[in-house]
Every structure is written in C-alpha cells, then in structure tokens.
Write a protein that binds this ligand. Structure first.
Ligand code: DQA
Length: 160
C-alpha cells in the first residue's frame, strides 16, 4: 500500500506578514510569500504536502493548531512575539500532540533579554534560530524526515 503523503502546516504569528519591509536589518528583505514558497518547494522535494497560515491574533493561531489535529501531521511554527508570552499557544501545541519545529528568523539569543525565553521550546521537538528564512527550509526538511517522507528529487522511491 502506498503510504499517505505527510502533511505539514506552517504557522506564522504576529507581524510576520510585514516581512520584507519590517526591520530589514534584523529580518532581511524576503517577504512572507518568499517564506511560504521556500517552505512549499522544500515540502514538495521531500514528498510532503504543505499548507501555511499567518495570524496577528493569538486565538487565530490557537484555532489553527487545533484544526491541525485533523489536517496536518506536523507543525512548523514561528509564533513571533507570542513565543515569549503565550502559555495558551504552548498549551495548544501540547494538546494536539503533533511533532513541532519552532523557527525564528533572527537569533533571539543575541537580542533583548525578553526574547531569550520561549514558551514554545518546551513543547517543540526541534528549534531553529538565527538562520534567516532558511530556517523554514531546515524545519520542513527536518519534519519531513521525522514524518518518514522520502526525497522526490527525481530519485526513485522504494514504492516506485
Ligand atoms: C521572531 C523573533 C521574535 O522575538 C519577534 O517578536 C518576531 C520574530 C523571529 O522570527 O526572529 O516577531 O520570531
């Protein structure tokens, strides 16, 4: 039987819709569309399906995490500033029990003290910080491996 295509949900939190123009010295000039394209291309190359959402609202992110129970097999999340404040998003991620990779574009540990603590990291399987938007590629690639996806870069899969 052919295994089902692993499904990855990429969640971006507040202010990440402003990527491209927001503090380019910190976050670079790539846009959110560029991020989603990079993540989608990586997922496709790894034989995964990818969906992406962005919300500036804590509840919107929590609803997306809950919905992922039936629509995704793993989550990549950059919760933006909610990373440092939201026990509710942490609880949602813990509650659905899906594999989670946390991403931050900037190296939060080299920035203000209030960015050094993440409520998400304690429920994440992996954390990628400071790699720029390449962090999303790394996160999707890692999650694909965790979900048992195989490369489809033209290489034959065991099933083909
Ligand atoms: C961020 C880091 C957070 O501290 C900040 O609030 C963001 C972006 C990052 O990707 O580097 O919004 O998550």
């Amino acid at each position: 039987m052919t295994p089902r295509t692993p499904r990855i949900l990429v969640i971006n939190g507040p202010n990440l819709n402003l990527l491209g123009t927001r503090e380019p010295d910190v976050y670079g000039t790539a846009t959110l569309d560029d991020v989603v394209r990079l993540a989608s291309d990586t997922a496709r190359d790894r034989g995964c399906a990818l969906s992406a959402m962005q919300s500036n609202h804590e509840g919107g992110i929590i609803d997306a995490v809950h919905a992922a129970r039936t629509t995704a097999d793993g989550i990549v999340i950059n919760a933006g500033a909610y990373t440092h404040t939201s026990i509710a998003i942490r609880d949602a991620l813990a509650g659905v029990g899906l594999p989670v990779v946390e991403v931050h574009i900037s190296n939060v540990h080299r920035r203000e003290d209030f960015r050094h603590h993440s409520y998400i990291s304690g429920v994440a399987d992996a954390v990628i910080v400071g790699a720029g938007i390449d962090g999303y590629r790394l996160a999707v690639d890692h999650l694909a491996g965790r979900l048992g996806a195989s490369a489809t870069n033209g290489a034959p899969t065991p099933e083909s």
